[in-house]
Design a protein around this ligand. Structure first.
Ligand SMILES: Nc1ncnc2c1ncn2[C@@H]1O[C@H](COP(=O)(O)OP(=O)(O)OP(=O)(O)O)[C@@H](O)[C@H]1O
Length: 258
């Protein structure tokens, strides 16, 4: 165990011209911790996630990341090459739409295997057996390894995207509505699977979702956003069982009434 966070976010703001994306977001993420960022459409969740994963540059504020060697690095002062290295080795990104995170016209096995090659694995036999192992961990049969993901169902694609991200043993995974767009029964199974993997691997994750059930199942801590601002943060069970901000109370009660 370490007594230092993995990620430190301080006073992060992002404006698109004059339009507010998110404002003054501050938090620490600890190793092995899952943080859910919830809020309705337009609240700034995706903006925040994209700033944290360096897809967007914030207008002000900073994010530091603790590297494997224990040193702290300012994410926005890294070179492009260093950032790409981090994304390949230490981070994962699970998109809502699996097509954004997969290569749809190469086989399932290659989708997983090429991530291993990107971190330097050159042994074909090892790559293939690790790919088979990961496909089975996400409940994709060995007989599908040579199939392209475009022949997969939505749930299978999402499970493949998860395998592709986790095969390199990342320390931090960003997830954007990982169960969005799937049938309710498929969502439940995927959430179960994700929860098991995150726990087994001791992963830290930031999960953006508008679905409080996803936050409840996956996260230990949650952050509620509205109109670009964080209106409440706390342990997930506390926030959902005893919401303090009026907006969170509204969000929780509107879900419960459905
Ligand atoms: N590329 C952009 N250019 C201009 N404004 C943007 C852009 N992206 C987001 N915004 C604005 O920033 C605000 C926050 O949007 P964001 O997409 O982060 O919210 P969200 O909570 O992720 O919503 P959703 O759940 O619908 O994806 C909104 O007012 C949105 O219109």
């Amino acid at each position: 165990m370490t007594d230092e966070p993995l990620l430190r976010v301080s006073a992060l703001s992002k404006y698109y011209g004059a339009r507010l994306g998110c404002e003054d977001v501050t938090f620490d993420l600890w190793p092995g911790e899952v943080l859910a960022v919830v809020g309705e459409s337009g609240s700034g969740k995706t903006t925040l996630l994209n700033c944290l994963s360096t897809r967007l540059t914030p207008s002000s504020g900073g994010v530091s990341y603790r590297m494997r060697d224990g040193s702290w690095r300012d994410l926005y002062r890294m070179s492009e090459a260093e950032r790409r290295f981090l994304m390949r080795t230490d981070w994962g990104f699970v998109h809502q739409n699996p097509a954004d995170g997969l290569r749809m016209t190469v086989s399932a096995g290659a989708n997983v295997g090429e991530r291993l090659m990107a971190i330097g694995d050159r042994h074909y036999g090892n790559i293939r057996s690790t790919a088979v192992d990961w496909l089975s961990r996400v409940e994709i049969g060995k007989d599908r390894i040579d199939d392209e993901p475009r022949s997969f169902s939505g749930g299978m694609r999402q499970r493949l995207q998860i395998a592709r991200n986790l095969v390199t043993g990342p320390r931090l995974v960003f997830m954007d509505e990982p169960t969005g767009g799937l049938d309710v029964s498929v969502q439940a199974r995927l959430l179960d699977l994700l929860r098991g993997l995150v726990t087994d691997l001791g992963l830290a994750a930031i999960v953006v979702t508008h679905d409080l059930a996803v936050a409840r199942l996956l996260s230990q801590r949650m952050m509620v956003m509205k109109d670009g601002y964080v209106v409440e943060t706390g342990l997930t069970d506390r926030v959902l069982d005893d919401p303090r901000a009026p907006y969170t109370q509204l969000l929780v009660s509107s879900i419960l009434q459905v």
